[in-house]
Design a protein around this ligand. Structure first.
Ligand code: FAD
Length: 313
């Protein structure tokens, strides 16, 4: 923490309470499963607010998402949030997934429209018997169960959206339907987030809009991904990774430096909640959380225990 940051907290009386959440994807193979659980084991002692598990395009990971969430519930004291999309499924099928999550003990869903079955870039058409959009899905979840619902937000607007205003209208519809948190698509220029937040607040949307932070593990992959989801990659970022294609060790150090700079600037501007896209890897995210001041929970706080059978009340 820089001297100016530390002195500001002293002046204010106490450091802010930082809350983090970690996003994982369900593993495809036994090897990927091991990598995921190593990451969960490493990050869990940081006592995240929740950990979320994505839902593959078109429901392709339905069983694996469910299995991962169930294992988190069974073997850790972490609070899981299950992602769910409207794509390629009837309402009855989606309701069955919501019901199964409820029965398994899940109390938090990240509700999404999802990408068209042909992939991002194709025209989206709701399933004829399905939920129409993410706001409709939020309302469906709230009708069925007493669950916390988070939704997506797009500081640079979603590629399907004709304008930022239309995008914020959709966020408003999702919040009016019962969502109590928005998690943003990743971004690299904090000004984009602050400008977006101003517009969201001006539209009387009061829920937390938690910045989604993506540590750049691989610049080329991130660039391709960003192009598909409408996130910009500033020239300075390309410059920082320039010439490091065959130098993973230096790339890692740069990735932490870049993300640290971003989260510490957000912190300086009063942001206290951060959602990390972990890509199922712990090392970069752990280092960034350390810089945010997070430390592993001690014995008295077993909320992050992993790999032991829990005694849930
Ligand atoms: P919405 O918020 O419903 O819509 C985004 C924008 O597109 C809005 O402005 C809306 O008005 C506009 N729009 C929506 N439909 C139309 C239409 N038919 N015509 C014109 N404009 C339209 N994807 C997955 O498959 N699985 C996941 O687990 C997953 N997790 C995610 C988590 C986060 C935090 C984020 C930010 C994204 C995630 N995604 C995931 C990606 C997401 O599914 C895609 O971005 C998808 O294209 C939009 O879904 P949404 O709920 O974000 O869209």
């Amino acid at each position: 923490m820089s001297a100016s940051r530390a002195s500001r907290f002293v002046a204010a009386g106490a450091p802010p309470r930082i809350r983090v959440s970690f996003e994982f994807f369900p593993p495809k193979t036994a090897e990927m499963e091991q990598t995921l659980w190593e990451a969960i084991g490493r990050l869990a002692p940081l006592a995240p607010n929740f950990v979320s598990v994505t839902y593959g395009a078109g429901g392709s990971t339905r069983e694996r998402t469910h299995a991962t969430v169930k294992r988190i519930l069974a073997e850790t004291l972490l609070t899981p949030a299950a992602h769910l999309t409207c794509v390629a499924a009837t309402r009855a099928e989606i309701d069955a997934v919501i019901g199964a999550y409820g029965q398994a003990g899940v109390r938090h869903i990240v509700a999404l429209r999802g990408d068209p079955p042909g992939g991002a870039g194709e025209r989206y058409a709701p399933h004829p018997g399905g939920y129409h959009n993410a706001a409709d899905l939020v309302a469906g979840i709230k009708r069925m169960a007493d669950m916390e619902v988070s939704v997506s937000a797009y500081p640079e607007k979603h590629p399907d959206s004709p304008s930022v205003a239309a995008d914020i209208d959709m966020l408003k519809a999702k919040v009016d339907a019962g969502a109590t948190r928005a998690i943003t698509q990743f971004f690299f220029e904090n000004d984009l987030y602050f400008r977006y937040l101003d517009r969201v607040r001006a539209r009387s949307i009061d829920v937390p809009v938690v910045p989604g932070i993506l540590p750049v593990q691989n610049f080329k992959t991130t660039k391709n991904f960003a192009a598909r989801c409408g996130a910009s990659m500033p020239a300075w970022l390309a410059e920082r990774f320039d010439g490091l294609d065959d130098d993973p060790a230096t790339r890692k150090l740069i990735a932490v430096a870049v993300a640290a700079e971003q989260v510490l600037d957000l912190l300086d501007h009063g942001v206290t909640d951060f959602h990390f896209y972990t890509m199922n890897r712990a090392d970069l995210v752990y280092a960034i959380c350390h810089l945010l001041g997070l430390r592993p929970a001690q014995d008295q706080n077993q909320s992050a225990r992993v790999g032991v059978e829990k005694e849930r009340a």
